[in-house]
Design a protein around this ligand. Structure first.
Ligand code: 5RP
Length: 226
């Protein structure tokens, strides 16, 4: 198995009968969702809330029962990937552009379990790309505010035009150097008019499962009872 598959499949062991589960987005959690589909077909009883249109389509294909926040305001557990993880469990997400729904689902979950390969482990966020979801109207003025705060930005593109998220917004990929305090950066960015959400997931992850060449490593925050 490759590293992403190792981490993704291991995460499925945390999903117990009767759980309400947030289903993340990306090529690592793909393996978790596929494994959950296999277990549901074998009798596991769960309901999921997907974090993107792509994950919704995958879950439906695998016949994983889905629910809504109207029916189910709290989730037991969300499993998702990440683009970067620091030793103190801070995350950058949004490489796939699903950061807003990913954060909404994670924030409604009792626990957040992250699956990554060992190439996603970093000492700090300095120099790493931080995606920011912005309102398309006047996005240039939002980009200017970000630049005035020290961020270099590029508008994410796809097929010759701006990349459009599931929520009909744009993504600015930004680099701040250094990032001494990711929580403070999150607060500054979130307060900017035009910013919908950032890919900084601060103090949200409880457990990180890392796929390595020789197996999986499970990192748990000391203050979590997961
Ligand atoms: C999507 C995400 C993904 O979870 C993140 O980009 C990791 O993806 P992958 O597992 O494919 O490397 O945040 O918005």
């Amino acid at each position: 198995m490759d590293k992403k598959q190792l981490a993704g499949v291991e995460a499925a062991n945390y999903v117990k009968d009767g759980m309400k589960v947030g289903l993340g987005t990306g090529s690592t959690v793909y393996y978790t969702i596929t494994e959950l589909g296999r277990r549901v077909a074998a009798g596991l009883n769960i309901v999921g809330i997907p974090t993107s249109a792509a994950t919704e389509a995958l879950a439906k294909e695998l016949q994983i029962p889905l629910t809504t926040f109207q029916e189910c305001p709290r989730l037991d557990l969300t499993i998702d990937g990440a683009d970067a993880v620091t030793p103190d469990f801070q995350l950058i997400k949004g490489g796939g552009g699903a950061l807003l729904r990913e954060k909404l689902v994670a924030a409604a979950s009792d626990k957040l379990l992250i699956v990554v390969d060992d190439g996603k482990l970093y000492d700090s966020f300095a120099g790493l790309s931080i995606p920011i979801e912005v309102v398309p109207f006047a996005w240039e003025t939002t980009a200017r505010r970000i630049a005035n705060s020290g961020g270099k930005w590029t508008l994410r593109e796809r097929d010759g035009g701006p990349f459009v998220t599931d929520n009909h917004n744009y993504i600015l990929d930004t680099v701040f150097e250094p990032v001494a305090n990711p929580g403070r950066l999150q607060d500054v960015l979130k307060a900017m008019t035009g910013v919908v959400e950032t890919g900084l997931f601060i103090d949200m992850a409880d457990v990180v499962i890392v796929g390595r060449g020789d197996g999986v490593q499970t990192l748990s925050r000391t203050d979590t009872n997961f």
